[in-house]
Design a protein around this ligand. Structure first.
Ligand SMILES: *Cc1c(COP(=O)(O)O)cnc(C)c1O
Length: 399
């Protein structure tokens, strides 16, 4: 079981010494160059240029420029991706757009076990527009796809189980029934191969602070296939999505292209951080990420079979590489305490109620050695019973 898998670019992120960080699917680490870029934005651009920085520091153009920069990681073309708002807000925009593009159809399909915000937002859109949400089980898509479905929103990789969907097959299945396909790429981009053009996706969203390392609360990105742009009627008609924001016209006219998805003023300091963080992916394509993630998760599963299966752990992630993301989820009845003990020993994963231990293998900076260390510490923590110390039982606000 060779664990000599070097990280792709460990020196492009800053992690505390001796920490094995397997939580990049929750919050990515600080990338090299981000602190300097933020210092420049605050102490030069903001401090000295003040309002002129919107023009002179390239702030105004940042949402489109950063969108174009990350487009290659998801197989999108120039002008098809924009950075704005949060994933939740972008889901609201795109689900509404989907219903408006399919008049006469009034159903949104979501997966019940998807990330809760996706389900909550679908419910909110439905209540706002008088539409209906059809919640499906993971394998319930075909049965739910009737002629009343306007749009289907699914994660490529499930946040809890790490299970991956076949994007090409699902997109074709949905479009064959006349519906639109919206992919949530929060647990995909920067972690595994994504090719929106190849699968003919209609829309996608994803978040900037997980595998892209954009920092806490980094803005989200939104993809809309160019073929839809002219017909898109976006509900959050803020002034930055106007065709001429600085004409201050009392009447809304949508900007041409992807810019019509903008709403209010961008969180510019967060955009600076995200843009600088993306430099860490220079020279690394999605196929390389895919290959590395498969090797790391494959190694973890091998070590699970050898050391963890007989210590009370279960494997919640599919074994086939094509059916899993860059994440492995284990179950254990005492999972919360075990994860707290593991974190105390500098192997950082996280926990999702009721019993899931999540391990994210960000291909950028995780190595095979990290995988081996994580499993060895888990074995030691369980065999020694250390996780039973009372301090590991206390629930924190963020798990
Ligand atoms: C992390 C995540 C989100 C986050 O949404 P925000 O609005 O950016 O907080 C949404 N959907 C999925 C599937 C996620 O994993």
């Amino acid at each position: 079981m060779p664990s000599d898998i070097p990280a792709l670019a460990r020196d492009r992120v800053r992690l505390p010494a001796d920490t094995v960080y397997l939580c990049g699917n929750s919050l990515g680490p600080l990338a090299e160059g981000v602190a300097a870029a933020m210092r420049q934005a605050v102490e030069v651009d903001w401090q000295d240029k003040i309002v002129r920085a919107w023009n002179e520091a390239g702030w105004h153009a940042a949402p489109a420029r950063v969108g174009d920069r990350l487009a290659r990681l998801i197989g999108a073309g120039a002008g098809e991706v924009i950075v704005a708002d949060s994933t939740s807000v972008n889901l609201f925009k795109l689900l509404t757009v989907g219903l408006r593009l399919r008049p006469g159809r009034r159903v949104i399909i979501v997966e019940e076990s998807d990330f809760p915000t996706d389900v909550y937002i679908a419910d909110g859109v439905a209540r706002t527009l008088g539409a209906e949400v059809r919640r499906i089980a993971p394998d319930g898509l075909e049965a739910a796809l009737a002629d009343d479905v306007a749009i289907v929103a699914l994660s490529q990789v499930n946040y809890r189980s790490g299970r991956r969907r076949d994007m090409a097959a699902v997109t074709a299945q949905v479009q064959a029934r006349g519906a639109l396909m919206l992919w949530d790429l929060c647990h995909s981009t920067g972690a595994i191969g994504v090719d929106l053009a190849a699968v003919n996706a209609d829309f996608a969203v994803g978040c900037g602070y997980k595998y892209l390392n954009g920092g806490p609360g980094a803005p989200s990105y939104l993809f809309a296939a160019r073929r839809h742009h002219d017909a898109i009627d976006q509900p959050l008609t803020g002034w930055h999505g106007h065709a001429a924001s600085f004409s201050f016209s009392p009447d809304y006219r949508p900007a041409p292209g992807i810019a019509r998805f903008l709403c209010g003023t961008a969180p510019q300091l967060s955009l600076v951080a995200l843009e600088a963080a993306l430099v860490a992916f220079d020279g690394i394509d999605a196929a390389t990420l895919e290959h590395q993630a498969a090797a790391l998760t494959g190694l973890f599963i091998d070590l699970y079979d050898r050391d963890l299966a007989r210590r009370g752990f279960g494997l919640a992630t599919p074994r086939a590489a094509a059916e899993r993301g860059a994440q492995i989820s284990l179950t254990h009845p005492e999972g919360y305490a075990i994860m707290q003990a593991l974190i105390a020993e500098a192997v950082v994963g996280d926990f999702r109620a009721p019993d899931v231990l999540r391990f994210g293998f960000a291909p950028l900076y995780v190595s095979g050695g990290d995988v081996a260390t994580a499993v060895a510490r888990l074995v030691d923590i369980v065999d020694s019973g250390r996780y039973r110390e009372p301090r590991f039982a206390q629930r924190k606000a963020v798990t």
